[in-house]
Design a protein around this ligand. Structure first.
Ligand code: PEP
Ligand code: CO
Length: 452
């Protein structure tokens, strides 16, 4: 069903304080752009978001696992069909590894087709004595360190919308057509992983899947006519930080009268904008999509219960995903009281682990980076915390790219501080490269097998 109508009602969020919004120099220009956005087609449809809520509901009920992965910030400049295809490919590879070892379905959500806006810890950035507004993602301004580049420009909202539309178009055709066919698991192997231990491990797993498919065929199962073997469900998500952009793309489903964010299937609230009385929580409460909320080391059980009540008062399984991002050293002591409180209150949430954002630091060479071992440690602590509280470690949320960038330290093909400069290409946070991503999938798969 097409969700085509805009909601004429003024929304409660507009009267609440909205943090992390750019200082748009010309409010009239912003208004013209949001009017135009409101007249453009939705990027996703209500029925698809309902399917995702159901899939996440199975995660909340301990019957599936979530893999949410993609860029920290998508870029206007490095956008190409090839880069979208390669990012999808690495996520599909990781999902096959996870599904094969856990025996439960993997729900796949990309940080893609709309993941542009970035919250910043400071409004300004100072380099060599010059202070300029911070870079807030290509949907707002440019990352170049010049006064002109850093001026927020609302025309960028339109460009982000159109880039999201063409990214989604490509993702839809790649996941519906032959590209995601399970018979092609070998073809997803990327040349750079062929020679690595994880590459060989992946090839063995792909061989086993091939044998299983041939076995099913030999037993008389008509595998050619089973769409689940030839297509895959892949969903999009981003941090819905810029509320005027989100509101312009919010539509009412004529079938149910509910409001849906049509900028992505799932949207989440960041760690810096989750205050209970803030505009972001109010906006998210007003839409029916599956939603996420980051939960950092300062979150108290009361705060988290408040978020559950505000964001999922009807206690719909799959509606709310809580994404913890504590840091490797704090994960167990930080997470366990939250797990216990939510469990005791009977809220059916999905718990996912973001092992990236609590482990960022500046290396000696001056690069913002993360250690692969800290990332693995936080995931291990996440599984231990859930085992101790009798709750379901539901998924992982990671920043990655398929390219062989050198942004995170370590991994089996070890990246050292001195290597970071070689291919440090992110416009925001350091991402796992293709090898590290596959490596991580095998480590998470081990944890899933140990749990089973
Ligand atoms: C992010 O996911 O890119 C992000 C900014 O995370 P957080 O809000 O947890 O810091
Ligand atoms: Co990030």
């Amino acid at each position: 069903m097409l969700t085509v109508e805009r909601d004429p009602e003024p929304q409660a969020w507009t009267t609440r304080p909205a943090e992390q919004q750019p200082n748009w120099p010309d409010p009239g220009a912003l208004e013209r752009v949001t009017k135009e956005l409101a007249s453009l087609p939705p990027l996703v449809f209500a029925g698809e978001t309902r399917d995702l809520t159901e899939a996440l509901g199975r995660v909340a009920e301990s019957r599936a696992f979530l893999l949410q992965a993609g860029d920290c910030a998508e870029s206007f400049t490095s956008f190409s069909a090839e880069s979208v295809r390669r990012r999808l490919q690495v996520i599909l590879q990781m999902a096959v590894v996870l599904t094969y070892s856990s025996g439960v379905p993997t729900v796949k959500i990309g940080r893609i087709a709309g993941q542009f806006a970035k919250p910043r810890s400071s409004d300004t950035e100072t380099v060599g004595g010059v202070t300029l507004p911070s870079f807030r993602g290509h949907i707002v301004n440019d990352d170049a360190f010049t006064a002109e580049a850093r001026v927020p420009d609302p025309e960028r909202l339109l460009r982000a919308y159109h880039q999201s539309a063409s990214t989604l178009n490509l993702l839809r055709s790649l996941t519906r057509g032959g590209f995601s066919d399970l018979n092609r698991v070998h073809a997803w192997t990327q040349s750079f992983v062929d020679a690595t231990p994880q590459g060989r491990q992946y090839k063995d797993l792909a061989d086993e899947i091939g044998r299983a498919l041939r076995f099913m065929g030999a037993c008389g199962v008509d595998t050619a006519s089973l769409p689940t073997l030839h297509q895959t469900d892949f969903y999009t998500s981003h941090e819905a930080l810029l509320l005027p952009y989100e509101e312009a793309l919010t539509r009412v489903d004529p079938l149910t009268g509910e409001r849906f964010a049509t900028s992505a299937h799932m949207i989440w609230i960041g760690e810096r904008t989750r205050r209970l009385d803030g505009a972001h929580v109010a906006y998210f409460a007003s839409v029916a999509n599956p939603i996420g909320c980051k939960v950092g080391p300062t979150a108290t059980p009361d705060e988290v219960l408040g978020l559950c009540e505000a964001l999922n008062p009807d206690r719909i399984p799959g509606r709310l995903t809580l994404i913890s991002r504590m840091g490797a050293g704090r994960i167990e002591e930080g997470l366990r009281p939250l797990l216990a409180a939510v469990r005791d209150a009977g809220h059916p949430v999905v718990w996912a682990c973001d092992p990236m954002h609590g482990n960022t630091f500046t290396s000696e060479s001056g690069h913002k980076t993360r250690r692969f071992d800290d990332i693995l440690d936080e995931i291990a602590g996440f599984f231990r915390a859930h085992a101790a509280e009798g709750t379901w470690a539901g998924g992982v949320h990671v920043e990655l790219t398929s390219d062989q960038v050198t942004e995170c330290l370590g991994g089996s093909h070890e990246i050292l501080d001195a290597d970071l400069d070689t291919r440090y290409e992110t416009v925001c946070d350091p991402r796992l490269n293709g090898r590290q991503s596959l490596d991580l999938a095998f480590r998470v798969a081990d944890a899933l097998r140990a749990r089973a």
